[in-house]
Design a protein around this ligand. Structure first.
Ligand SMILES: C[S@@+](CC[C@H](N)C(=O)[O-])C[C@H]1O[C@@H](n2cnc3c(N)ncnc32)[C@H](O)[C@@H]1O
Ligand code: SF4
Length: 168
């Protein structure tokens, strides 16, 4: 669900990308694939601080790790050449990567749109302020369960209050 601030006319710039017919048409296997992806999803780490009951993160057999600066820069530089937006998402919690803010800084320095999907209980207050100052374009806080009890069951932790205040 997309949150709309009633006091702002700002629209998440990823919205127009997701609604773009060209973006949608890459799901059609009859279409010729574009030269470069429309956007790039980066898994900064496959470590996680919680154990949601529905998530495949725990079942992964590949080694756990954190993305290096060398790999990160290589990917972002390529994306910058094609002006492809970057999202931090996949299997793990991006805010466990110690360099996440500097990575965001690098993406914005390259003039690219940036998005982060996170679980809302690893992010720190100082980081939230830095994200705003950097102009990170889009952030999703994930949670399953519309009540404290359901959240606790699905996300397998008792951090509902922390998540709530972090979002606020
Ligand atoms: C794997 S998580 C990684 C980012 C971060 N740890 C988080 O929870 O937002 C990315 C998204 O995938 C969703 N997800 C995880 N397991 C899923 C599943 N089995 N089916 C559908 N979505 C899932 C999560 O709710 C989250 O919104
Ligand atoms: S926080 Fe994200 S990566 Fe971690 S277990 Fe939950 S859904 Fe999976």
């Amino acid at each position: 669900m997309e949150y709309k601030n009633p006091n702002s006319t700002r629209v998440n710039p990823f919205r127009s990308l997701y609604d773009n017919v060209k973006f949608k048409s890459i799901l059609d296997i009859k279409e010729k694939l574009p030269k470069f992806p429309f956007l790039c999803d980066i898994e900064l780490t496959n470590h996680c601080n919680i154990r949601c009951i529905f998530c495949g993160q725990q079942a992964m057999s590949r080694p756990k790790g954190f993305m290096s600066w060398t790999v990160f820069k290589k990917v972002v530089d390529e994306c910058a050449y094609y002006n492809a937006p970057i999202r931090f998402i996949r299997w793990g919690e991006p805010f466990l990567h110690k360099d996440i803010i500097d990575f965001c800084k690098y993406i914005k320095h390259k003039g690219l749109l940036s998005h982060i999907t996170n679980n809302g209980v690893a992010i720190m207050e100082t980081q939230m302020k830095q994200l705003i100052d950097l102009g990170v374009d889009s952030v999703i806080f994930s949670f399953q369960g519309a009540s404290k009890e359901k959240y606790q069951l699905m996300r397998n932790n008792d951090l509902y209050q922390l998540l709530h205040s972090n979002i606020q």
